[in-house]
Design a protein around this ligand. Structure first.
Ligand code: ADP
Ligand code: MG
Length: 259
């Protein structure tokens, strides 16, 4: 469903060359949940922007559903970290969720149905008429997730979506996104700097090295599909896996420093 082939990205900021992505290659099967972890500043957001067609790669290419990405592909949605900036403050919650459906030229009845369903799915069935600024941070992020879900994407990209919410909300949102993924059968690429979160959520964790980024390791997470915060995080296998990811990230950091 998603192929990233020898992707390289060099920023040219007023003559200052920043090699953000050294060379990254991986692919993601349809319907799977893959997490990408890497140290801060390693190029995770850059990678997502290239995949979303928002930023042209310097070299290499991205394919979504067999088509080379040259601009934002159909059937792809992105949820960013800054929920505050991703919602329109002058639009009510339901209208924020409706906006991409409207833009896609969908009929009104169908749109209504999808908006209702998506807001129910994220537990905001009674917040249709509220404005984003009347909601807590966690609720705003739910609205952003509902907007992505209502669009019924085949591929969903998430860029550290829970980094700015408190720990309890974060746990709820993690479980929410697992259930949304299971229900929709969407292909999910979830970027985070949080090792525990990556292991808890993913079927696979791709670890990135420090910038210029490469894939340091690609690890299958062989935890059962039914996960919950207490049992899964208390599982000996979970501890083992997070240890493996942690060690790899530390190694990648050190290599970044000595380069
Ligand atoms: P991450 O999301 O992993 O924290 P980013 O993709 O945001 O990393 O950034 C990777 C590297 O590219 C960093 O060194 C950052 O300073 C640099 N960078 C990001 N955006 C730009 C830009 N628009 N112009 C120049 N350099 C950038
Ligand atoms: Mg980032």
């Amino acid at each position: 469903m998603l192929v990233v082939k020898e992707l390289q990205k060099v920023y040219d900021a007023r003559g200052r060359r920043v090699e953000a992505i050294g060379e990254v290659t991986f692919s993601v099967e349809e319907g799977s949940f893959v997490c990408v972890v890497g140290p801060s500043g390693c190029g995770k957001t850059t990678l997502l922007r290239c995949i979303a067609g928002l930023l042209p790669p310097t070299r290499g290419e991205v394919e979504v559903a067999g088509h080379r990405v040259t601009g934002p592909p159909d059937g792809l949605a992105v949820v960013f970290q800054e929920y505050g900036r991703s919602l329109f403050p002058w639009l009510r919650v339901a209208d924020n969720v409706d906006l991409p459906l409207r833009a896609a030229g969908m009929a009104k009845g169908k749109r209504r149905e999808l908006v209702d369903e998506a807001l129910d799915a994220v537990g905001l069935g009674d917040a249709h008429q509220a404005y984003p600024w009347q909601l807590s941070g966690g609720m705003q992020q739910r609205v952003a997730i509902a907007r992505a879900v209502a669009y019924q994407p085949r591929v969903l990209l998430m860029d550290e979506p829970f980094a700015a919410v408190d720990a309890q909300t974060r746990a709820d949102l993690e479980d929410l996104i697992r259930s949304v993924w299971q229900r929709l059968g969407v292909t999910l690429l979830f970027v985070t700097h949080d090792i525990d979160e990556a292991v808890y959520l993913g079927q696979r964790v791709i670890m990135l090295s420090a910038s210029p980024t490469r894939v340091a390791e690609d690890l299958a997470i062989d935890l059962p599909d039914e996960r919950d915060q207490l049992t899964t995080r208390g599982d000996a296998r979970f501890t083992e896996l997070r240890g493996q990811v942690y060690a790899q990230i530390q190694k990648a950091k050190l290599e970044g420093k000595t380069r």
